[in-house]
Design a protein around this ligand. Sequence first.
Ligand SMILES: Nc1nc2c(ncn2[C@@H]2O[C@H](COP(=O)(O)OP(=O)(O)OP(=O)(O)O)[C@@H](O)[C@H]2O)c(=O)[nH]1
Length: 518
Amino acid sequence: MNDSNNTVSQIALLKQKLGSAKIALEGINNEHNGKLEQLIHFIGQLSLACKGQNLELDNKLAKLRHRLHNFDSIDEALPELLSIEKLLQSQYRQTMTQLEESRGSLSTLIGQIQRINSAPEKLKKEINYFKQELTKPFHTVWDYIPKMEAMIRFYEQILHDELLQSDHYEILPHHVQLARELATEISEIEFRKDQRDQVLVLKEVLQGDISLDILLESYHTVLSLLLENIAHEKSASQDFLYALNDALTVVRDVVNSSHNNNQRSNQIKQQLNKEINLRVNNADCILVDVNNSTELKVQLTSQLSALKEALSRKEALEQREQNILKKSIDSMRKELNNITQEANSYKEKLFEHQKLNLLDPLTQLANRTALEDRMEQEYRNHIRFKTPLWIAITDIDHFKSVNDSFGHTTGDKTLQVIAMALKNSLRESEFVARYGGEEFVLLLPDVNEEHISQLLNRVREKIKNIPFRFKNQRITVTLSIGAAQVMDHESIEDTFERADAALYRAKSNGRDRIVIDL
Ligand SMILES: Nc1nc2c(ncn2[C@@H]2O[C@H](COP(=O)(O)OP(=O)(O)OP(=O)(O)O)[C@@H](O)[C@H]2O)c(=O)[nH]1
């Protein structure tokens, strides 16, 4: 009995212990689950922080977050964790490679920035220090971003300094060259009288010390002057067309009204003719019908006076018609005279313009366009009549030193004097043009080979003997001349090139001489 009592009490004790162990286990489970839940929450947050690095990883992490949210399906998430782990490893390697590459790019960029000469010294030092910093590897993106920001700052500062100095852009040799070319080009354009002073000033400016601003302003001025000219030309042609139109309208009105008058007169004339015919017929009838001579006389007298009256109306009508016609013709003649006058003045203007377009404004010699025309014409004559034709190209020696020592205005005057002297030293049939700058081209037809040297030397001597006096200093200006004769089957362009090459030889052989390409 005792034994069974003991057993019962031991079982009760064991039950009690089991109960408390169960409670303790539940407590442990709860605590474990609480920590697991915290861990899962943490994984969820961590996965969110990884978002945006890799699309596949993002998708997998989103799925994982969803699974982990549902506590019961944690087991299903376990295999996915494995693949996410692999992805994370590869992502890490990729990120590190990318960071290394970015560091390399930053080093290259900073090298380029360092080569910008205009950067201030202080900044250059900072950049140097930064360059050393860049030799250390990046561990995270957060190492990269501030470096990138620093780079942008350097760049910004250099740009800022450059912009501050932009008012004083350096003038480069090719800007000076452009200015000189613009000066030469505007010398070759014909401007209106009221624009010429402005153009002269502009030319002087372009040939002096120039800044970029002045060069741009000059381009703007030239463009405005040209546009002004175009507008002027346009309005002149418009005026002429309007005048022409007005005159034609008057003529058309006159023709119309005389046509209408004519029609009306024709109707009246027909009426009158009918009446006259009727009177004559009546007279015929009277002659047949009436026997009594007195009555015949009365009736005939009445018919004749009606006929007379009809005839005088017809005469008056014709007179009026003639007057109207005369008036119309007079007014048309007046209008036609007006148009002719208008057209003549327009033609003259065009002709003047054409002529001016072919003249070099500074020297009043033929310009390059005129030279090309004349060359063609002389070449045609040479082919047709088999007469000799020479081209001589002449260039003033050391002309730059005239400009440099005495100024461009003196240079211009010198060009004018030489141009006149060249023109005066040639025959009527010979031709000289300013080819550009200080270069002139002579076309010499009908000159034999044995006379060409003599002719060109005479020209050269003539220029050499001009007593130029600049700033009270006696200056001798000399020419170098290269010449060539058009050969059989040779184009005029080829002859020109040979003459140019001869000029080059004259220059390199010491200047103040002629060289003839034979
Ligand atoms: N005053 C003035 N100078 C001009 C004009 N056109 C060109 N020039 C100048 O002519 C000079 C030509 O100089 P270069 O081509 O160096 O020749 P150069 O000094 O004559 O020397 P060589 O030809 O070698 O003997 C430049 O200084 C031009 O500015 C112009 O219309 N007026």
